[in-house]
Write a protein that binds this ligand. Structure first.
Ligand code: 9MR
Length: 382
């Protein structure tokens, strides 16, 4: 039997159109499988992406949740105090409604996208509380009953986990700006699920312990909080799935939901076959952790196509790779090994015929996928 890499197999099938058939088959889209399990698969989207017909088609076919990547942030919506511009956000909401997708609102309070008038504002505590309330009531209130989930506070804890981050609203109001933001969001839409969202908090570590303490305290004191977002910006091989499972478990035991809110899995250099296979193994493990616990209700990738990933333009100091391919679909919207891995995890969860053979899955998870047999299921017309 001829042995080929999984990447070659998929490339061959793409050449003959077979795997496109798989992705086109509504029975086998991420979305269709997720909906059989009351689960969400989401993607971050810019309003401008809606001008790209292939993007629109892929998004609506594969995802049942959408996170505005930029257009729902406070600095975008209220650049000048009291003057709101909802045009971009409205377009995303209309698109989501037209395609029966849920919106994961992101983010009401974030230090990196707080309007200048707040950053530079010279307000008393009471004035600042009034301004925070006005902004949240206007934004959340506008979409009352239409946006089921909001990231209320994003990245409010320092990387060491030792303290709350020094942010504009905290400087004006004090440590309780976080709980006030949750209370105002709840007042604006009592049915919306309110999340605290952060990075580096996926596994068990001092920072995720700090998040756990913050949200435990909120739960104990009746502050309206319903979930924790784990951003999940990873490097290949850079997470311990067992630890993430334990973290999801302890948050779930508080009665909170968990969502993997900004998943991407980066690498250095060009994306070789081996890199794409290891990446697929990571996507499988991560999706599996989420699906294994009912508290985990969504798996959201930070973009649809590698073409538009924020990581290509980012110069993070520790990371700069303009050719990174961190998502499920390549630059031409073709599904990558990572896509089939995520699809397979979902298929197994809902009792659908697996997309990958057991042998191939084992090889992919073990990082030895170069030597697996051609998986008969991939590319088979359904
Ligand atoms: O991907 C987003 C990028 O396009 C924006 O320029 C940037 C600044 O608003 O925000 C990026 O998204 C961030 C998200 O909102 C919060 N977690 C980290 C994400 C990547 O920086």
């Amino acid at each position: 039997m001829v042995r080929k890499t999984l990447f070659c197999i998929i490339a061959l099938m793409l050449m003959f159109g077979a795997s496109f058939t798989v992705a086109q088959d509504s029975e086998l889209s991420l979305r269709a499988l997720a909906e059989r399990d009351n689960f969400y698969v989401g993607a971050a989207v810019y309003t401008t992406h809606l001008n790209d017909p292939i993007h629109v088609e892929t998004l609506a076919r594969e995802f049942n949740m959408l996170t505005p990547e930029q257009q729902a942030k406070h600095c975008e919506l209220e650049a000048r105090q009291g003057q709101f511009d909802f045009r971009g956000f409205d377009r995303l909401v209309a698109f989501a409604e037209e395609h029966n997708m849920a919106i994961h609102g992101h983010a009401l309070v974030w230090h990196s996208c707080t309007p200048q008038w707040v950053e530079n504002g010279d307000y008393t505590r009471d004035e600042a509380i009034g301004l925070l309330r006005d902004s949240i009531m206007t934004i959340v209130g506008r979409y009352k009953g239409r946006i089921p989930i909001w990231d209320v506070v994003n990245e409010g804890i320092t990387d060491s986990g030792a303290a709350l981050r020094d942010t504009p609203w905290r400087r004006l109001i004090g440590d309780d700006y976080i709980e006030l933001a949750f209370q105002f969001a709840h007042e604006a839409d009592p049915d919306a699920l309110l999340f605290y969202n952060d990075y580096g908090t996926e596994g068990i570590n001092p920072k995720s312990d700090a998040v756990y303490e913050l949200v435990s305290d909120f739960v104990a004191r009746g502050i309206p909080i319903h979930g924790v977002g784990l951003q999940s910006h990873f490097t290949i091989g850079g997470f311990d799935a067992n630890q993430i499972a334990r973290n999801v478990e302890r948050l779930g035991e508080l009665g909170l939901q968990v969502q993997f809110t900004e998943v991407d899995i980066r690498h250095s250099g060009e994306a070789t076959d081996n890199i794409l296979q290891r990446q697929a193994g990571d996507y499988y493990r991560l999706m599996d952790v989420c699906l294994a616990n009912d508290a985990c209700t969504a798996f959201i990738t930070w973009g649809v196509t590698d073409k538009y990933t924020w990581l290509r333009g980012a110069n993070l100091g520790f990371y700069n790779n303009p050719s990174v391919q961190p998502l499920l679909f390549d630059d031409n919207y073709q599904p990558k090994p990572a896509y089939f891995a995520a699809l397979d995890s979902l298929a197994r969860k809902v009792g659908e015929t697996p997309v990958l053979s057991d042998d191939e899955l084992t090889a992919m998870i073990g990082g030895t996928a170069q030597t697996v047999e051609i998986p008969p299921q991939i590319g088979r017309a359904h």
